[in-house]
Ligand binder design. Structure first.
Ligand SMILES: CC(=O)[C@@H](O)[C@H](O)COP(=O)(O)O
Ligand SMILES: NCC(=O)COP(=O)(O)O
Length: 246
């Protein structure tokens, strides 16, 4: 039976604070400051994606945040030797393994766990040995959920980008896929999180799914922060999520 919980956690992704900094090669705005403000406004964790091309988050950000976060760091990264070594050194609380393509504007799909089972299983084992909890960022597909459980990951994050991009009947179809995937994840004994492309107008349907434990949201919160300030943007997102759960 599906686990029901009234609690839903918000991981605030601060990548795009760093995107703005990198656009001008300045020292500001600092994602470290953003993380502190997000925590003060009620974020339950801080998510950051150290991309291989370093287009936004830098190693310096990961290192500094490792020493000062009051909540949890969820480090998103590709499954490469370089990234695994960084995670083993910094030891974030959580590590979310994601697919990466240099040419993409943002993450386009989930990790193909089923297609590279041995490699992912080995990465999960290495991170677990370093005391890091692993999450696999996957599409809402039964084969991927089964493969994630078989790889030894305690947690999955369902890619909500297709739901966020779709409209009308297409969005309903994506939503039904997510619902089925959440149920399958729980049946497989996994913690089920979700994220990507969620914003103030589409978050409540996903937040209302009782077994979803955490949502990771970045772009919409950072964009809203330009007009309301980051703390208000975080508070409003969390308010919507909690309201949807009632
Ligand atoms: C894995 C995922 O869904 C994203 O949060 C990822 O961090 C997106 O990358 P960008 O922040 O570079 O768009
Ligand atoms: N894993 C999803 C995430 O961290 C945030 O994605 P987005 O809200 O920036 O699309």
């Amino acid at each position: 039976m599906t686990e029901h919980s009234r609690d839903i956690l918000l991981g605030v992704n601060i990548d795009h604070v760093a995107t703005l900094r990198q656009a001008r090669g300045t020292r500001f705005p600092d994602p470290v400051q953003a993380a502190i403000e997000a925590e003060q406004a009620g974020a339950d964790g801080i998510t950051l994606h150290l991309r291989e091309d370093r287009r936004h988050i830098q190693e310096r950000d990961v290192e500094m945040l490792g020493g000062i976060l009051q909540t949890r760091m969820n480090l998103e990264m590709a499954v490469t030797e370089e990234m695994l070594a960084i995670a083993e050194r910094i030891r974030p609380r959580d590590c979310c393994l994601v697919p990466e393509r240099r040419e993409e504007l943002t993450t386009e799909g989930g990790l193909d766990v089923a297609g590279q089972q041995a490699r992912i299983r080995e990465a999960c084992a290495r991170l677990a040995a370093a005391g890091v909890r692993v999450s696999l960022f996957i599409d809402a597909e039964p084969a991927q959920i089964e493969a994630a459980a078989a790889a030894g990951a305690p947690c999955i994050e369902i890619h909500t980008g297709h739901y966020a991009d779709a409209t009308g009947a297409g969005q309903e179809l994506e939503y039904q896929r997510i619902l089925a995937a959440v149920e399958a994840g729980v049946q497989a004994g996994l913690q089920v999180n979700a994220g990507h492309g969620l914003h103030y107008h589409n978050v409540q349907r996903i937040a209302a799914i009782p077994a979803v434990r955490e949502l990771n949201i970045g772009h919409a919160i950072v964009a809203r922060a330009l007009f309301t300030g980051l703390q208000e943007a975080v508070r409003e997102m969390k308010r919507l999520m909690i309201e949807a759960r009632r």
